[in-house]
Design a protein around this ligand. Structure first.
Ligand SMILES: Cc1cc2nc3c(=O)[nH]c(=O)nc-3n(C[C@H](O)[C@H](O)[C@H](O)COP(=O)(O)OP(=O)(O)OC[C@H]3O[C@@H](n4cnc5c(N)ncnc54)[C@H](O)[C@@H]3O)c2cc1C
Length: 447
């Protein structure tokens, strides 16, 4: 029987916290832990260990991401007093262009504002000539530093549990004992295994392979061909659940999400007429991407991502399926910080206060899976796709509160709303009635 699970452990003045990983979840945890501690008059020290240098251009500074900061996250950050500086934002996205084999339709932001930000997480793609350092992850780390966190540029590969703390074995700081260790290591298998050895009931998240690549252009070319619109594709291509082209200042980021994306799936996608049609004519897409990789994505949350004096956040715990992973990093990072400062750092405290937050994300993802299953059916159906394109085109002529399908699709693409709310939007009787009419009209019209 594990006696540790019944203890109550709290942070006191002078307590030390190690955050392993300085991506968004590590930064959000640190930022809010220091913020809540100062409100609570508690003096704590935070060391953030980060293996990468986000000022570097290319793989060394990159956290493999489309770089879309959702509307809901932009709003949450601004409520918390965090405003993303304009120089970090590569482009403000004001619409989605939805492509299918039957045509394309533009969905404008419901409030006609550019509230979605496209950023680079690191110094920029391989070969990038812009050295002005517009890294989103560095910006977040900077906020933590301003609040008093110490950033240590080091990869941690050894930790050891002791009676009254956890020893982090660092080359720079030597062996240092911490009252609490936070795992914000993304989907790094080796480090997750290290946490597994300290936290016996922890099971790492389930993952699948995705694809990301960057096309370099002159800014005028991106403006001309993409402008401020993100292009999403409802194409019938096996394994691809979501394909998108995200315009940045002088890059366009291609993201493919789905099941086990590999070279063949990528080749099928970029040879589709609808994808090629977005780019300048005669461009050989397969040769035009100096920076590409196949990173993993979290598709099922971890089991028991906590123990006494230890908690995992962000991708290492629970993330939103296929969307708004940075938003989920914010939710889990902040929730863990709140638990740690106001409740305690024992397994019991995390079980009571942190587990429900992760469970809520995981349950919502079950609804998300259902939505993506329906999307897959739509991707395979000519007449349903014609109906959607027709309905969106008609709705875009109306005032924004009457755009039911457009609004539900907007939330699906942006990841701003939770999947339960999106499903309810799709099940609205008027939406279903109009959709049925659109299917009949758009299919009969062409016979
Ligand atoms: C193809 C793709 C596209 C995506 N697009 C988007 C998008 O457009 N918008 C969005 O919101 N989300 C997107 N996501 C999801 C998003 O990238 C993640 O959800 C988010 O990065 C999670 O943040 P994190 O801090 O938990 O982990 P990460 O961002 O992975 O950060 C973990 C950090 O831990 C460090 N680390 C790991 N091990 C150690 C160690 N042993 N010692 C020290 N440091 C260590 C790593 O270097 C890394 O910096 C995308 C994901 C993929 C795969």
């Amino acid at each position: 029987m594990d006696n540790r699970s019944h203890q109550n452990i709290e942070l006191v003045d002078g307590s030390c916290i190690a955050v392993i990983g300085g991506g968004p979840s590590g930064s959000f945890f640190s930022y809010f832990a220091l913020e809540f501690a100062s409100r609570f008059d508690l003096e704590i020290d935070i060391d953030i260990y980060e293996a990468k240098n986000f000022s570097k251009i290319g793989a060394g500074g990159c956290n493999h991401c489309g770089g879309i900061i959702s509307e809901s996250l932009v709003q949450k950050l601004s409520t918390a007093g965090i405003v993303i500086p304009s120089e970090i934002i590569q482009r403000g996205i004001d619409s989605y262009t939805m492509h299918a084999e039957q045509g394309a339709a533009i969905i404008k932001t419901p409030s006609n504002e550019q509230r979605i930000a496209a950023v680079f997480r690191g110094g920029g793609p391989k070969g990038c000539l812009d050295t002005s350092q517009r890294s989103f992850d560095n910006f977040l780390l900077g906020l933590c530093e301003e609040k008093g966190a110490r950033i240590i540029a080091e990869k941690i590969s050894q930790m050891e549990r002791q009676e009254d703390g956890i020893l982090v074995k660092s080359k720079r700081l030597g062996d240092k004992k911490y009252d609490l260790v936070v795992g914000a290591v993304g989907l790094n298998k080796k480090t997750l295994d290290l946490f597994g050895s300290l936290c016996p009931r922890f099971k790492a998240p389930k993952i699948t392979r995705t694809y990301i690549s960057e096309f370099f252009f002159e800014k005028t070319t991106v403006d001309k061909y993409f402008n401020d619109s993100m292009h999403v594709f409802l194409l019938n291509i096996p394994n691809v659940t979501f394909g998108a082209l995200i315009p940045k200042e002088n890059y366009v980021t291609l993201v493919l999400l789905g099941k086990d994306i590999d070279k063949e799936v990528v080749a099928n996608f970029i040879s589709a007429e609808q994808v090629k049609g977005c780019f300048p004519k005669n461009l050989k897409l397969i040769d035009a991407t100096p920076c590409k990789c196949y990173p993993f994505i979290n598709v099922k949350g971890a089991i028991e991502p906590f123990d006494d004096r230890l908690v995992l956040v962000g991708d290492s715990a629970s993330s939103k399926l296929y969307k708004n992973g940075i938003g989920a990093a914010y939710i889990t990072g902040r929730a863990a910080a709140k638990t740690v400062i106001f409740e305690g750092i024992s397994k019991k405290n995390f079980d009571e206060w942190y587990r429900p937050v992760c469970q809520d994300i995981d349950r919502d993802n079950t609804v998300g899976k259902f939505i993506f299953l329906i999307t897959r059916i739509i991707q395979k159906s000519d007449f349903l796709k014609k109906g959607i394109l027709h309905m969106v085109a008609q709705e875009q002529k109306k005032e924004s509160r009457k755009r039911l399908m457009s609004s539900a699709l907007w939330d699906t693409f942006t990841g701003s709303a939770n999947y339960r709310d999106i499903l309810l939007q799709f099940l609205h009787p008027l939406l279903l009635f109009n959709f049925l009419q659109s299917i009949i009209y758009s299919n009969i019209k062409r016979i």
